[in-house]
Design a binder for this molecule. Structure first.
Ligand code: GTP
Ligand code: MG
Length: 193
């Protein structure tokens, strides 16, 4: 897709702040540092619209990005970062539940997992959570550039089995470095727009 316009609409912490323009919405979910913000930037060809960092915990709020007046990306804070207090974890949990349970515009969640490693317990919980709320999911195995070609199929199989991916849910291998998987991911996004 050709992206002419991409801009942040709002950083929100609660429902009253969510944008009300009724665009089809795609949310990003995954561990801290897995590459959610990098995924958005690569998909829309902007170097740093969504802020990224080598340190986990960069994204702390729900950040809504409007793309071409056609689509909304919601960048979501990651999970699984050890150095987070119990209070912060609970705050995160409430923010996530409120968003995923109430957001009518949400058409698809992109669940990112690190292609190099088997999914974590938190990844499995997140996938099951999305399935429970009947939210369509695309799984993106990212950091593909870090996995040797000969090992890729094996890693994808491990991810598919550990998450117990339901038939019909797409699994796309992706790299925000090389843009591999980008066209395939856009194809899935377009199907919900
Ligand atoms: P939080 O906001 O903390 O939840 O993290 P995030 O999931 O948004 O991760 P972010 O996009 O900030 O990326 C984290 C780090 O991983 C950065 O240093 C990125 O440059 C790097 N990264 C992201 N995607 C890729 C990829 O496909 N390949 C490689 N090699 N590095 C990547
Ligand atoms: Mg981020």
């Amino acid at each position: 897709m050709k992206v002419n316009q991409a801009e942040i609409v709002i950083s929100a912490v609660s429902q009253s702040q969510y944008p009300s323009e009724n665009l089809p919405e795609v949310a990003l979910a995954g561990r801290s540092n897995v590459g959610k913000s990098s995924f958005i930037n690569k998909m829309i060809q902007r170097k740093a619209l969504a802020r990224t960092s080598s340190k986990p915990g960069k994204t702390q709020t729900l950040n809504f990005y409007r793309i071409n007046e056609q689509l909304m990306f919601t960048d979501v804070p990651g999970y699984g970062y050890a150095k987070v207090s119990k209070t912060e974890r609970e705050k995160w949990g409430r923010m996530m539940e409120e968003y995923f349970q109430t957001r009518k515009e949400l058409k698809l969640t992109v669940l990112l997992v690190d292609m190099r490693h088997p999914p974590t317990e938190d990844d499995i919980i997140m996938y099951d959570f999305l399935k429970h709320y009947e939210i369509p999911v695309m799984i993106v195995a990212t950091k593909l550039d870090k996995v040797k070609k000969a090992q890729r199929q094996k890693h994808l199989k491990i991810i598919r089995e550990a998450l117990d991916i339901e038939e019909g849910d797409e699994l796309v291998a992706f790299s925000a470095e090389t843009a591999e998987g980008k066209d395939q991911a856009w194809k899935v996004l377009k199907s919900v727009m």
